[in-house]
Design a protein around this ligand. Sequence first.
Ligand code: GLY
Length: 427
Amino acid sequence: MKILLVGSGGREHALADALVRENTTIELLAAPGNPGIAQRARTVPVKVGELDRLVALAEEEQVDLVVVGPEAPLADGLVDRLRLRGIAAFGPTREAAEIETSKHVAKSLMTRAGVPTARAETHRTAEEAHTAVRERFGAPVVIKASGLAAGKGVIVCATEREAHAAIDRIMDDRAFGDAGNEVLVEAFMQGEELSLFALTDGTDVLTMLPAQDHKRLLDGDDGPNTGGMGAYTPVSIGTPSLIDDVTERILLPTLHALRKRGSPFTGLLYAGLMLTEEGPQVVEFNCRFGDPETQALLPLLESSLLDPMLAIARGARIGNMSPLAWRAGASVTTVVAAANYPETPRTGDEITLPDDDATRRVYHAGTARDASGRLVTSGGRVVAVTGLGATLRDAQRVSRAGAEAVGFEGAHFRTDIGWREAARHGA
Ligand code: GLY
């Protein structure tokens, strides 16, 4: 079995690790990969934006499966192009990926399908958006760039003044480029967030354990938003009955609406949920595995990842497959970030890393080899250290000790990943 994995982050390292651990006979190629993935795969210097070269690589190498990690190549139609050449690809088509790449499309689809989500309006001019805030929403309120904005296009505003400034930033200053051609003005939801991932053939789902991301830079959920500073699983408030409820009232109707729209979604559907007093509501959908939740989830997956991925990519149904099975215990992932992250991360600092062992996985994200072969920082989130343990506390300890053992100038990380769950257990 030959697989091409597209991407270069911690999420892709976790996918590579899980696939190769599951089946050591897999021949894995990664484009472009990273130095950590290179320990598991043959890396090829083709970037995720080079669609022609990716399709040519998949054809030349006669791969059995392409797994697409990040959203950008999905938004650009990589899966459509691979399928046209008869190559099995895991991930949605360009149109189906709009569930993530257009917040306007996602919101309209949810509204039509009766999927619980916050009330929102889409506007194409700043003036209309300002009026919406002033006359119909007030504050707190959420202002969202409709398009892809590298996870930065959602601005939670405590006051109307902040909301007007956010609209100006997105629409007048074009802080997120074309992603800000439309903005959504959305009612603020109060509650706890939960990430739920589902492998799907477009109709049926295999849900993963619920996980929780930590978006803020600093302990206590303080500081600026980031791509995610850590994650943990399982989350006790994500009970089996809550997952069943989310499946029935959110995942299946959304997939049905996507089929009805003529853009069936296959791959990994990521539901970003808010657990409100009125029940779970959708904050956003993503069309791919989340980062860093994937780094926390996959080490606990006991059943096959490859079997459902392959079935989905080949257009087969997964409704008759057994639910995914998980190891007992907890998993906590701590992201170690570069100096100046999330603004302008410093790069080029030499890195030393602890080794993987039975309870620890070190996933590379922003790492590279310099001309003399040294491992150096090359991005904001440098590595993610996952700790496994019988309890959340054990997993936290392993993850934190692993993060402390990561050495590079300016390294920083949160020390409280999983704090909400710890508080629930009275710790
Ligand atoms: N964990 C947030 C994301 O993957 O978008």
